[in-house]
Each structure stands twice: as C-alpha cells, then as structure tokens.
Design a protein around this ligand. Structure first.
Ligand code: PLP
Length: 916
C-alpha cells in the first residue's frame, strides 16, 4: 500500500498555489472532474472534444493537487490512484472513484465495512464501495470527521502511528475519523482555514514553522497576520503554546491535543489547562477514545435526547394538554389533519410534564440545565439561557434584570422596538443615541464611538455618570453594520468602569463560529478583554495612557473632554468590571424553530449583583408552558453550530459574494442594480482600511479590516440598490419579488432591498435569485423601450431624511438628554390626559409658540424606528418628515385622527407643586 508521502506531499515544486477559497473550488473541481471523465468515457464521444476534455481533466487534477493534501477524505492515496488511472488511460475506473468521492462529499458520511476496512482501502472491492454508501448489506454509513495531525517526523513513523490509532476503531463507534497529516504550523493553519471538516487537532512536538508548499498570496498573508507576534522564542514548549493560542482564537470549538515525547511528565505543569489532553506517543487507545468522546460530547443534545426518550415512553396523561400523544386529535374527523401534516412525533413530544427526564425551563436542574451549559461553552459565555419567545423577550429580560427606575441607559434610537418597550417597563431614564444617517439610501448606519463617548462625557460633566447603568447597541444592524464591541467596551469602561453592555445580536448568532466574524461578537470580545486586562503588558499600556490623559472636563471647563473624546482609551485594570450580555435570535441565523433565542451572559459580577434580579426578570417574562420543540431545536442548533458552523457560515458568505459578483458582471443587472459595499454604507471616518469590499479582496484584507476598523459590513447581507429601476423598495418587494417570483425578502428602504443569505441558503436558490433579477431587469428594459423613456429615476428623490431625536419635554427630562418614558407612558392612563391632533393643528400650535408632546410611540414601518416616543416634543422637522411619508404602516399614528399628544392640563398636572 502506498503512503501519504507519495507524490503530492513531496510537492515542493507544486505548480498551482493552494487557493484561500479551496473549500469552494475543491468541490467544484471534483464535480467537474466527474463530468469531464463521463464525457471522455461516453459511448457517443466526439474525438476532437475528447482531447479537450483530457486537457481539462489534467488541469483539474493539477488544481486538486494543491488542495487535497489538506483533506483526509478521500485522502492522498485515493487521489494519487485517480491520477495514476488517468495517466494510464483507465478513465472508466478513474471515473468510478471520482463518482464515489463526490457521493461521500454530498453525504459527509463514509461507508464502513463490517470487518473494519473503510473506503480508503478501495483497491480490492471497488464495486461494493462505489455503491456502498447506499447499499452495503452489512456495512454502516457513519458520519465522518477529519482530524489534523501536525507532525513532521519520518513519514513511515507517522503512517504507522495513524494506522495504529485507526486500528482502535470499532464497528460500534458513533463516528469515523481520518487523519490529515501536515508537517508545519503554516500548513496546519492553512488546513484549519480551508478545511472546515477538521474537528480536532493533534499537535506533536515535531513541527516546522514554514510550509514547503506554495500557498496563494491571500492565504499566506492571512496566516502571516495570525502568526505575527508568536513563535519568537527558541523554546519548543512556547511554540506549542503559541500554536494552541492561535488555534483557539480561530476555532475555539475544536479541541487541541498534544502528543509529547518521553519527557511528558516534566512539561505537564508548564502547559496545564491549555490543551484538551496530553498523551504520550504510545497511548493510542486513550487518544482514540478522547477524540471520539469529545466529538460525542459536542454531538450530545441533552434536552432533545430527553424529549425523544420521553416521547417513546408509554403512559397516560392525567394532566393538561389534550393534544399530548395526539389524544384529542387522533380520532377526530375535524382535527386529524394536524397529525397528518406534522406527524406523530410532534404530538408524542408535546407534553406539559417536567419529569421523566424532562426539565423545567424556569428552574432547570437536569437536561435543560445541561443544554444551557453546552450552549455557554459553544457561545463562549459564562452562562447561557434559552428563551422561547424570541429576542423581543430576551431583551426585556436583560433590561429588567439590570435596570431600576431612575437608572440612565444609553440606547441607539434605531434599536428594535422591544428595547423601547422594555425601557418603559423597566422605568429607566433613556438617553437616545443617534446613528449616522445614510440619507442617499434612506437608511441609518450605526452609532459612532464619538457619539457614545460624547454622551458619556456629557453625563459626567453634568454629574450624572453615577446614574448611568447600561448601554444597548444592535450588533449587527439589520443592514449588516457591525461594531467593534471590544473597542466600544474598552473606551466606555475607561469613562465608566462598571458600565453594563447589552449587545443585541438578534442577527448575529452565527458569527461565533467563524474565525473572522467571531472577534466582533460581544462574548468573544469580553473573553479577550478579560484575558488581556490581567497581563503585565496591558497594565503598562494603561499606566502610559493614564499619565497622558488630562483631568475630566467640567461644565465650566469642558475642553479636557475633547482630549478624552479623541484619545483611544483603555480601561483601568484595577477597577474595570466586565458585565456583558448578548441576546441572539438563534432562529434568525442558525438552526432553531421560530422564536428560539438565547441570552448569553459574561458578567464578572453576576453572582454578586445580578443572580437574583436576573432570575426574577426571567420569571417575569417566561411562559410557564414553554414550547419544548423550540427548546429541542435550540439544543440541536447549538450542536450543529459547534460541529459545522464554520463550514456553513463560510458557505453563506461565499454565496452572498457570488450574488454580488453576478451583479457587477452581468451588463443588464449592472444597469439597474448595484450592491452597496462597505464604502457606500460606512463612511471612511469610521475605517482605517480602504477596500470597498474586503471579503472580495481576500482573507487577509478581510481579516485586517475586521481587526482594525471601527465599523465593518457583514458580507453575507447585501443591500441591493434599486434606485435606478424607478421602483420603490416596498413595491419591488411585494409586486416584483413576492407576487411575481415567490422570492421572500424582509427589509426594504425606499431605494433598496436587503438580500440576506443564511446557513440554509444553497446554490440553486442563489442561481434562482439571479435569474429572477435578470428577468426583472429585462422587464424594466422592455418597458423603457415601449414607453420611450430612458431615464431611470430614483424614487422619492428629494425626500426628507428621518429627523434626529428632538428632546424630552421638561416634565419628563431627567438630565444629560435622558428622559423618563415610563412617566409619560403611564400619564396616558389618566383619562383624559391625551388628545388627538392633526398635523396642521400641531403646526399651528408650534408656530403660535406652543409646545406639543407626544403621548405614544410613532413608528413608521419601514424603517421601523420611532420618530416619536412618549414624552418627546414634536417639532416641525418631524411633521415635515411625516407629512410626505408614504410607508404602508405607521404604528401609533391614526390616519383619521392624527397624533396622540398630551393635553396641556395633563402636562400642567406634572409641574412641581401641582396637585397630583
Ligand atoms: C435587532 C433586533 N432585535 C430583536 C429582534 C426581535 O427578535 P425576535 O424576532 O427573535 O423576537 C429583532 C427582530 O427583527 C431585531 O431585528
């Protein structure tokens, strides 16, 4: 049997560089190779074309030869065999092997023969294995994973080591794994980046730093960026620790094992806690068992398993829920279609029991508790809680747990409505922050750091900083604008060391599973800060900053605050408390049934300052009959994200980018549509890098931009500018996309439609979308010709931009621009505290020197942000905006009656000394 050192691994003179997008190119190349081989071997082949196909096959093989060394399946041995068969002209045999490889890529499984041979041992029983994936009589189809082995020892020794470990496998193992062996750190990082199927890393003390292969410029630059600052010591142990550090930064979900030589015991104390386990080279069995146990652990879904088990138990229901076990519907001619449609299992799993292996969401002690713990591990939080009523409820829970009446909270005015309503409930005083406007595109960006720091400094000058408790920001925004949570937290904590952060990551649950995205999540940022705050280097940096910062500005002398505003701040490691919460709609971007959300907590003071309040808030908002199917799907969503999140997120980005490419390449599409890029949506003042589309420019550029820039754009969301079609966003969504072609989109602005890819998007859906857009462009083109007009006009050009938040009326103002919305909200309960006025009546009052105060939220949808909140003063700017607005829904505004505002008498009743 040949060894891995055959052919490819010796490829020092490799002709084609390993591409950074190998995950995509590889699959395409194998599939295309299958097609080309089937043409070569076709009965009806055309000899001329046949030569072309052979050249093409050679090109594909060369491309694959740059990629395959980083994959265990089908393995170099297998690949070399395809190569040999093709070189010797056995195209039929080569085609069969390629067909089999493609089949196993599709199912991500591997046929496992009863006697222990797997399909890499293809030579002698080819035909069984070709069909084996679906029809082997006694064989098993087993999910397979890849394990990265970093070892540059003699090839024969590595082969023996692998074989001996693989010999430990048993027919009953839940998973099957194979090794991909690489000799160097750079190769290992290349493999981790381009092969998302790798589930564990086994490091050995024998490694090179540099690769001997040729990597594409982008991949090499990305790896250089990640390695920078590491591997500077001569000590081998330090190098291993560096490698573990880089790996856990990139893919924390995959464990790193260390196999050490003879001096195992002597190094163990130096590396405690950093590796999942350390083995001696001879402990094959333990390594094998650890690999299996760890993957089984990630695969484990405690609540889903408990629910399945429960559903299978016979038993009677003397409790609520007639639907349980299909009791009320099974034999009903009027309701039986429920069973027919959803299937029996759903109703077997519907129960109100919290015993029998199930657990109570309100007081979790067993399967739900364990599921929470696994989710906390996956999302890098201290603790995670499942929520079965969406992030709308998750936000209410967090607000209530942190805020008491009188506390000041800084909130992005463009945040989701659940925050505004939470703040009414919590009774905190709200200080609204403004996001920068993108008037040309009729939308908002995000809140600049300058705005956030400016507000905190203002509150400090006014002596109100002690009241500021929390800041809430949406990360990422609906349109895909992403903060740098670490920088925001560092700078804010310098001004207010115990500030609590709520990152609304309703759209960002997937981000924790991709090496570039994850640095921009609240949880990862908090973990990184905690790690760094304790280091000597950090303390020195802080001391330098402290020495250079002037005393805080005052109301009389505010100038010093200008320095605070312009300086990059770092918090005091001695006083800073990291109290970070994030809420995620798992159902929006990962696998979960609708309304499945999670709250992640990274709060160093949780036990001391929030455990009780959080429990009470959770009790306040959580149903006593939470939906078990949602809980089970959250458990599975976590499992899937841990095991294949990286692959899925990367695919989602790739697919979005392929839409963007089509938009620029196709002339007709290009004429009517444009994808807005980073340069369009994020002004240069919030960036230090300059690429308009960092993802398109390669991994290294993407990584650099996301490490440095204040704001970045999610490349899996595309804002399609349709201003040149002459159709407004709402009509485009309903008439063109939905009615015309059954394509669902969510958000629109007057001039744009947001196209979101997700981990469920596939290539066919993308191709369909592109085709539909081409058809729409053709239709527009036809109309243009018939109607003779060649000018495509931006709809609503010249419209008035959404006005800034005006201010709270003095009756509700609480200082520093903040206001008590709850007071205003409950004032409306005192009949007749409010009245309805039309726009012109309000205008008259304002022009006549009067003041009008809104009693309710007024929220046009889209864009979905309040133009008025309870207690806010109505201005002419706001009326001007509202008067020309043509959105279908305006929540809180009555077309026939106008605006609900406070009566002067009601406002007077709040004046100091007025009779209550
Ligand atoms: C930023 C943001 N936060 C929270 C929510 C509410 O999430 P859910 O639908 O899970 O209640 C949404 C919903 O669109 C949202 O966009």
């Amino acid at each position: 049997m040949a060894t891995v050192s055959d052919g490819l691994t010796k490829g020092k003179s490799q002709a084609i560089a390993t591409p950074e997008s190998a995950w995509r190119k590889r699959k395409d190349a194998w599939e295309h190779l299958g097609y080309v081989l089937s043409e070569i071997t076709s009965e009806f082949k055309d000899e001329m074309r046949c030569e072309e196909y052979k050249t093409e096959a050679g090109r594909l093989l060369a491309q694959l030869s740059s990629i395959e060394p980083y994959w265990a399946n089908p393995g170099l041995h297998f690949f070399n065999e395809v190569d040999r068969l093709m070189t010797e002209g056995h195209f039929d045999d080569a085609m069969r092997l390629v067909h089999r490889a493609n089949q196993s890529f599709r199912t991500q499984t591997q046929y496992f023969e009863p006697e222990g041979r797997d399909n890499s041992d293809y030579g002698s029983h080819e035909s069984t294995l070709v069909e084996g994936v679906s029809s082997g009589p006694n064989g098993l189809i087993i999910p397979q994973v890849e394990i990265l082995l970093v070892d540059n020892g003699p090839t024969e020794e590595i082969e023996r080591f692998k074989e001996e470990i693989l010999e430990q496998r048993q027919r009953t193992d839940p998973f099957h794994y194979n090794f991909v062996a690489v000799p160097s750190i750079e190769d290992a990082l290349a493999a981790i980046v381009i092969n998302p199927g790798i589930q564990s890393v086994v490091l050995s003390a024998r490694y090179d730093l540099k690769t001997r292969r040729r990597l594409s410029g982008g991949l090499q630059a990305f790896i250089d960026g990640r390695i920078k600052g590491y591997f500077g010591h001569s000590q081998q142990i330090q190098g291993l620790l560096d490698m573990e550090h880089i790996l856990s930064d990139m893919r924390p979900e995959i464990p790193v094992y260390l196999i050490a030589g003879v001096a195992l015991e002597s190094i163990a104390h130096e590396i405690t806690g950093r590796f999942r386990r350390i083995f001696s080279r001879n402990d094959r069995m333990d390594l094998h068992l650890s690999i299996l146990a760890e993957i089984t652990d990630r695969y484990h879904t405690p609540f889903f398993n408990a629910l399945q088990k429960y559903a299978k138990r016979p038993g009677g229901v003397f409790h609520a829920m007639p639907i349980s076990r299909a009791g009320s519907v099974q034999n009903s001619p009027w309701a039986r279609d429920l069973v027919d449609f959803y299937g029996k299992n759903l109703l077997l799993a519907e129960t109100s029991a919290t015993s029998g292996g199930l657990d109570s969401l309100l007081d979790p002690k067993s399967s739900i508790k364990k599921a929470h713990e696994l989710a906390a591990r996956a999302f890098q939080s201290h603790r995670t809680y499942f929520v079965t009523n969406g992030t709308s409820t998750a936000n209410k829970i967090v607000h209530q747990s942190i805020l008491a009446p009188g506390d000041i909270v800084l909130v992005d005015r463009n945040c989701h409505k659940s925050h505004h309503y939470s703040l009414v409930l919590a009774g905190a005083n709200v200080s609204y922050l403004e996001a920068y406007p993108l008037n040309e595109h009729a939308m908002y960006g995000a809140v600049s750091l300058e705005e956030i720091k400016g507000r905190l400094l203002q509150l400090r000058r006014e002596g109100l900083l002690h009241k500021v408790k929390m800041i809430t920001l949406t990360n990422c925004t609906f349109d895909g604008i992403i903060y740098d949570p670490r920088r925001v937290m560092e700078e804010c904590l310098t001004i207010k060391p115990d500030l609590v952060f709520l990152w609304d990551e309703a759209w960002f649950a997937f981000a924790g599973f991709h090496p570039i995205y994850r640095q921009r999540t609240g949880m990862t940022a908090a973990a990184k800060m905690e790690e760094e705050l304790g280091t000597e280097e950090y303390v020195q940096r802080y001391q330098q900053l402290k020495a250079s910062l002037p005393a805080p500005g005052t109301l009389e002398n505010p100038e010093n605050d200008e320095v605070w505003l312009r300086t990059r701040l770092f918090p005091d490691p001695g006083t800073t408390r990291l109290r970070v919460y994030s809420t995620q709609s798992t159902h929006k971007t990962l696998t979960s049934l609708r309304q499945g959300s999670m709250i992640h907590v990274f709060d160093q003071d949780y036990a001391l300052r929030n455990a009780n309040a959080f429990r009470e808030a959770y009790m306040t908002h959580t149903s006593t009959s939470p939906n078990y199917q949602i809980l089970a799907s959250l458990d599975i969503g976590r499992r899937q994200a841990e095991l294949e999140g990286y692959a899925l997120v990367q695919r989602q980005v790739d697919l979005a980018q392929s839409i963007a490419r089509a938009m620029t390449r196709n002339k007709l599409l290009n004429k009517y549509f444009r994808i807005l890029d980073t340069g369009d949506l994020i002004p240069q003042e919030f960036r230090t890098t300059t690429s308009g589309n960092p993802v398109r420019d390669g991994l290294a550029v993407w990584d650099e931009s996301w490490r440095q820039d204040e704001l970045v754009l999610d490349p899996s969301r595309l804002t399609l500018d349709i201003s040149r079609t002459g159709v407004d966003g709402d009509t485009f969504k309903h008439t063109y996309l939905m009615d015309g072609h059954s394509i669902q989109v969510n958000k629109t602005s007057r001039t744009s439609v947001l196209l979101m890819t997700n981990i469920g998007t596939n290539r066919s859906a993308v191709a369909h979308l592109i085709e539909v857009l081409v058809k729409i462009a053709e239709e527009l083109e036809r109309k243009r010709r018939i109607e003779g007009s060649c000018v495509v006009r931006a709809p609503g050009a010249g419209r008035i931009p959404l006005p800034d938040f005006s201010y709270f009326a003095e009756e509700f103002a609480t200082g520093g621009g903040s206001g008590d919305m709850r007071k205003a909200y409950y004032l409306t309960y005192q009949d007749p505290a409010s009245e309805f006025l039309t726009s012109s009546q309000i205008r008259e009052r304002i022009i006549g020197g009067g003041r009008v105060v809104s009693a309710v939220f007024v929220t046009p949808y889209p864009p979905g942000f309040p133009v008025l909140v309870p207690g806010q003063v109505v201005t002419l700017d706001i009326l001007n905006y509202m008067d020309v607005l043509d959105t279908r829904e305006i929540h809180g505004y009555h077309e026939d009656k106008g605006y609900q505002v406070f009566t002067n008498t009601a406002l007077k009743s709040l004046a100091p000394g007025a009779a209550g």
